[in-house]
Design a protein around this ligand. Structure first.
Ligand SMILES: Cc1cc2nc3c(=O)[nH]c(=O)nc-3n(C[C@H](O)[C@H](O)[C@H](O)COP(=O)(O)O)c2cc1C
Ligand code: SF4
Length: 451
């Protein structure tokens, strides 16, 4: 069994309450940090841990914290990103639902490290239960003296507020989130300046994912070096994976970084294998934005090494034969699933969620949706595949925020790895309309990579 740093006590009855969480050793990190460490010491431990942001980009958390500007007399903010709207990702919701105090504890030590006296948890607006749960957890922590003025008599003050999100996927992009938190429409800002210099209300701000913030608790408790001993290469510690799709046991799993992908899918400790005895066709390993990989490439790299659940190994081969860990939304497809239909579905989502500020994203996502609809409904032409390829190329790298890339990458990967399935839809329009995918591309994990 892999080590559990975040979910160790998930099955303890009442662990969502302050009393039980405290009984199980909760809030020790707050006591340790506030009573025996300076804010700089906490930043140092997070740096040593090698923790990388769990929201998608994987940027080193300690490094991000060290960029925070500290002008005299200007407040600094920590903003927790709990918007979690990436299709296939539901681990932050899980953490907030069952372990709300793990997030509050992480918020306190992280805010202390950054010198923030006011912090926010921005939660996807549709997640009303989680908004209420977090508000209750804040009240409980405050009543026990872990929030408010002069926490534990150390002289440190902190207030945490919950903000319901604006109801759009783009509000999870950190600068759009800050706009939304300020009461405006959630449009991404042009960077630089980065939030570390000019963030919320123009003040230095760190935006971190729910899981990144919760991970600072074991880092403070056990020390950064201990945390860094878990995992592989620059993928240290544990990671929450939201596993969904055609697997026997969908759910949220905490893995030690470096578990082989094949083990993650097929072992009883995690996904428990494919549902209904079907064969593995493809995986989207890090939420809908990352490139889909066919079975042979997700199980093994192009060099023939086992692919691991780690930033480096998943990315091995770049976007030609690799993918990305992203937010850890692991979506498994069996042999009956249609890649064209799935790509169309994702593209509809990105077209709907584009904020419209940049033309490559606003227009490009619309074009891609129309072309994919044409192919999916049996009206496609062979030249549509090339056109689709060109449109996604024009979006990538040409936009204000990464939503444009997030829309382009799934389309590029689907064409790259499953072109025959697009061609089949075009050549067999009637069967495609009947949703008969019997001839759909199937990649056997044991077949050598031919690309
Ligand atoms: C369109 C879009 C949506 C995003 N949604 C989220 C989200 O829901 N949660 C999240 O933590 N990060 C999300 N991100 C990434 C954030 O911009 C940011 O990188 C992250 O919150 C930083 O936290 P971390 O360093 O702890 O990962 C999104 C990015 C984009 C481009
Ligand atoms: S890439 Fe798309 S979502 Fe991002 S700012 Fe441009 S139009 Fe808006």
């Amino acid at each position: 069994m892999g080590r559990k740093l975040l979910l160790e006590h998930i099955n303890v009855p009442g662990i969502n309450t302050f009393a039980v969480y405290r009984e199980k050793g909760g809030y020790r990190a707050v006591e340790k940090a506030l009573k025996s460490m300076s804010p700089e010491d906490v930043v140092e431990e997070v740096k040593k841990s090698g923790l990388r942001g769990r929201g998608g980009a994987g940027f080193p958390t300690g490094m991000k914290w060290s960029f925070l500007a500290k002008p005299e007399g200007v407040p600094r903010y920590l903003v927790c990103n709990g918007d979690e709207s990436e299709p296939g990702t539901f681990k932050d919701r899980y953490l907030m639902t069952y372990l709300p105090h793990a997030l509050i504890e992480g918020m306190i030590v992280s805010s202390y490290a950054l010198g923030a006296n006011t912090s926010y948890i921005y939660i996807r607006g549709e997640m009303m239960p989680q908004i209420r749960i977090m508000e209750k957890a804040i009240e409980e922590a405050k009543a026990a003296g872990f929030l408010g003025k002069n926490i534990l008599g150390t002289g440190y003050d902190l207030e945490i507020y919950v903000q319901p999100g604006g109801g759009a996927y783009i509000c999870g992009e950190e600068t759009a989130l800050l706009e939304s938190l300020e009461g405006k429409r959630g449009n991404p800002r042009i960077k630089p300046p980065f939030p570390a210099v000019s963030g919320l209300y123009g003040c230095p701000t760190v935006v971190n994912n729910v899981e990144s913030i919760a991970a600072t608790v074991p880092i403070v408790n056990d020390g950064g070096e201990e945390y860094a001993k878990i995992g592989i290469e620059r993928s240290t510690g544990t990671k929450l994976i939201s596993a969904s799709g055609n697997i026997a046991k969908p759910g949220v799993y905490e893995i030690e970084m470096g578990v082989p992908v094949e083990e993650f899918i097929f072992s009883d400790e995690y996904c428990g294998g494919m549902a209904n005895g079907k064969r593995l066709k493809a995986v989207v390993a890090g939420g809908s934005s990352v490139p889909i990989l066919p079975a042979n490439l997700i199980v093994k790299t192009i060099k023939g090494d086992p692919r691991l659940m780690a930033y480096e190994s998943l990315a091995d081969g770049g976007f030609v034969s690799g993918t990305a860990m992203g937010s850890g939304g692991f979506i498994v497809f069996d042999e009956d699933q249609c890649i064209v239909r799935n790509t169309y579905n994702y593209t509809r989502f990105y077209r709907h969620e584009s904020c419209g500020q940049c033309s490559p994203c606003r227009e490009g996502t619309g074009w891609m949706e129309k072309i994919l609809n044409k192919i999916e409904t049996g009206h496609g032409d062979m030249s549509d595949i090339e056109l689709l390829w060109q449109v996604q190329q024009k979006i990538e790298g040409n936009t204000i925020c990464p939503l444009g890339d997030a829309a382009a990458w799934p389309v590029a990967a689907a064409i790259r790895h499953f072109r025959d399935e697009f061609e089949w839809h075009i050549l067999h329009p009637e069967e495609a309309q009947k949703r008969n995918y019997g001839l759909a591309h199937y990649a056997d994990p044991l077949v050598p990579v031919t690309e």
